[in-house]
Design a protein around this ligand. Structure first.
Ligand SMILES: *Cc1c(COP(=O)(O)O)cnc(C)c1O
Length: 693
């Protein structure tokens, strides 16, 4: 609870489709489907209207001894849609209760059949079936379950291996009431994919030996794995099927346990025959919940939800392979349908120490990129509504890649004990984008910034350039006299590359003449430059860009090196901290760069400033006989020394210093093929941006 008290709660006030909107108006893609429940998006007109119609009739009446039209219709519809042979429906109100019901029905069924030995349950390692004591007994995730051990009944456990399962099953077959499993994917275990055929083999064994099969499809049900139910992918009809999460489209707590006529018939008898199934929740089969569920099931047909899944599943697969798999700390990506787990590890065989809470830190970080995700340990889970759009899929992937890279540049956690990156006062919404800083002056910051802006523009991203202070500016040659205005050439180059029509004096409010560090150049001209004035200028630019059109991000290029003073004793690093933007560190690909880069990274860590990445620039032509540009050696040494692998190399471009297009295009093209380009573009992608065409 301490971590909870110390964290700033994000208060969600409303939603539109797949986007959650905070009280402060910020928008986040619901990458966790509000804990795996949402199916068609939030605030859906069809489900809303079904609920309005129902609430004008009745909000709740009990199913104990009475019935209601929505629960009757929903039971009928579920029987039509479920794997063939499931004919009877028992309503409750959560996944845990759906499992409790299945557990108790199967136990009582075996007793009623006269199999008094059949009292045990066979479960898979790392299974999760809910948080009530019965479902916790079935669970096998020690983190969640260990402390309750004295309260739990014992189970038989098997690893998720088909042959091993068969061996253990056969050893206990006469004692088993039921086998319980999550078909195809164990969700809460960290999106663990089950070996193909395990479910079908379990079903065969159960049938042959009089053991019931309970399929917990609370997570996998309603399209998650690509079909309405996962069990059908192995042609299995379980004896009991548990559904909840997505049943009502994620609107209201409704759950159901479906079973066969054969099981149902065992409970037939007069009240005094002691075959009653004593179980009933106050709100089981709630009419509002059932109305929402009926509307959700209609939407599956109307919106052809299942038919549209293959393209979305493939888009995730391809995007994850391209942008997430290459990240050094990603040890595995597991996907089945729209259930995705990205596992982070220090090394393939070595997890991060749990105290680092890497998964939680990545998911905290991804919010700054406009996405909500929730981790399971160090597995980042991506489980969006089925209505997720292609653009939203892309945003989730780039945001996740950026959050992982920022938390773990090259696989090494940074700022472990440092306070979180400085957050702006509540009146100032956080900025998004990059702060470009150099290990020195003349290292290629402007060339890289231009190439990046050019590339972002080509990808349809709106990025506002800012060069709030520039020294070494020359007077406008078209105007003579001592008062001719100074032209900030770097700022102008950035504006051109970004296709920005913002006035140059907004992009660069402080154009200084002397080619010195800003604080020194300003002193010569009798001017005062302050970090807070530069922050205000950047915020004003950002607000201006956002005032018209789609949301924009900011690329702020600093003047001079990371610790060059803006005011006496106040440097670019302080500016980066106050802007709250991650730092893109630019270094020269030349002798000395290992030392410069390592020093700059050490300083960023000391200040707990997030590092977006390091890029080396070739600022001079390579000598004719150079067989190698030295980049690979520099990159390896920097990686070994700091744990940060440079994202790429910007090659030398003779035209880069001229304002024409040729240099821009060549460098943008060169940048595009660097492995790290997508990480940088991820930072420049506004949350839920609508790309301009
Ligand atoms: C979420 C979940 C449950 C529990 O559902 P609740 O509605 O949270 O009680 C049970 N089984 C599985 C597989 C789940 O994912």
């Amino acid at each position: 609870m301490r971590a909870w008290l110390e964290s700033e709660p994000l208060v969600i006030a409303r939603a539109e489709g797949n986007v959650l909107v905070g009280e402060d108006g910020r928008r986040y893609i619901d990458g966790a489907a509000s804990l795996w429940v949402n199916v068609h998006g939030h605030n859906h007109a069809h489900i809303n209207s079904a609920l309005r119609s129902q609430i004008d009739l009745i909000a709740h009446s009990t199913l104990l001894g009475l019935a209601s039209p929505p629960s009757i219709l929903l039971a009928e519809r579920l029987v039509q849609l479920a794997p063939p042979g499931l004919k009877r429906v028992f309503f409750s109100d959560s996944g845990s209760t759906a499992v409790e019901v299945a557990l108790k029905i199967s136990f009582q069924y075996q007793q009623l059949c006269g199999f008094s030995r059949r009292k045990r349950f066979l479960v898979l390692d790392q299974s999760y079936h809910g948080d009530t004591i019965g479902s916790v007994s079935l669970g096998a995730i020690d983190t969640f379950h260990q402390i309750f051990h004295p309260l739990l009944f014992s189970t038989v456990r098997s690893p998720a291996d088909t042959d091993e399962f068969e061996r253990i099953f056969l050893a206990h077959k006469d004692d088993l009431a039921a086998v319980v499993m999550e078909p195809l994917v164990q969700g809460a275990a960290g999106i663990r994919l089950m070996p193909p055929g395990l479910l079908a083999r379990a079903a065969e064994l159960c049938r042959a030996h009089g053991v019931l099969l309970i399929a917990d499809e609370v997570a996998t049900g309603f399209g998650r794995t690509g079909t309405l139910f996962a069990s059908t992918q192995e042609n299995v009809t379980p004896d009991l099927l548990c559904v909840a999460k997505g049943l009502s489209g994620g609107y209201l707590p409704v759950a159901a346990t479906l079973t066969t006529q054969a099981v149902f018939d065992r409970f037939l008898g007069a009240p005094n025959e002691r075959v009653t199934f004593f179980h009933g929740h106050s709100f089981g089969g709630n009419p509002l919940g059932c109305a929402a569920a009926l509307a959700s099931l209609e939407l599956f047909e109307r919106e052809r939800t299942i038919e549209q899944l293959p393209a979305k599943i493939e888009r995730f697969r391809a995007g994850l392979a391209r942008l997430i798999a290459p990240l050094p700390s990603v040890s595995a990506i597991r996907q089945r349908g729209l259930m995705i787990g990205v596992e982070l590890r220090a090394r393939p065989e070595q997890p991060f120490p749990p105290a680092l809470a890497i998964g939680a830190r990545v998911c905290a970080r991804v919010r700054a990129h406009g996405v909500i995700l929730r981790p399971l340990g160090d597995v980042v889970v991506i489980m969006p509504p089925l209505s997720i759009t292609p653009d939203e899929i892309d945003t989730i992937i780039t945001a996740t890649a950026a959050a992982i890279s920022e938390t773990l540049p090259s696989g090494v956690p940074i700022e472990v004990n440092a306070p979180a990156a400085p957050t702006a006062a509540p009146t100032n919404p956080p900025l998004r984008g990059l702060f470009v800083a150099g290990t020195d002056t003349g290292v290629g910051k402007t060339a890289l910034s231009r190439a990046l802006l050019r590339l972002a523009h080509a990808r349809g991203l709106r990025v506002t350039p800012a060069k709030p202070v520039e020294s070494g500016c020359l007077p406008d040659p078209s105007q003579s006299g001592p008062h001719a205005p100074l032209i900030p050439l770097d700022a102008r180059a950035l504006a051109q590359a970004a296709h920005s029509d913002l006035p140059l004096d907004a992009i660069c409010p402080f154009a200084l003449r002397a080619p010195l560090a800003p604080s020194l150049a300003a002193r010569r001209e009798g001017r005062t430059v302050t970090v807070s004035a530069l922050v205000d200028a950047c915020r004003a630019l950002h607000a201006r860009a956002n005032a018209h059109g789609a949301p924009a991000t900011l690329l702020v290029e600093s003047a001079g090196g990371l610790l060059s003073p803006i005011e006496p004793a106040v440097s670019n690093a302080d500016l980066a901290a106050q802007l709250g933007l991650p730092v893109l560190l630019v270094a020269r690909n030349a002798l000395g760069t290992i030392n410069h880069t390592a020093l700059a990274i050490a300083e960023l860590r000391r200040r707990a400033l997030p590092l977006a990445g390091v890029v080396l620039c070739q600022v001079q032509p390579m000598s004719a006989d150079a067989s190698d540009d030295g980049f690979a050696d520099h990159a390896r040494a920097i990686h070994e020394l700091t744990g940060v692998a440079p994202l790429g190399l910007l090659p030398f471009c003779p035209d880069a210093a001229t304002p024409g297009d040729a240099g821009h295009d060549a460098l943008a093209a060169a940048l595009a093929i660097q492995a790290g380009a997508s990480v940088l573009l991820g930072h420049l992608t506004a949350p839920a941006a609508t790309p301009q065409r």
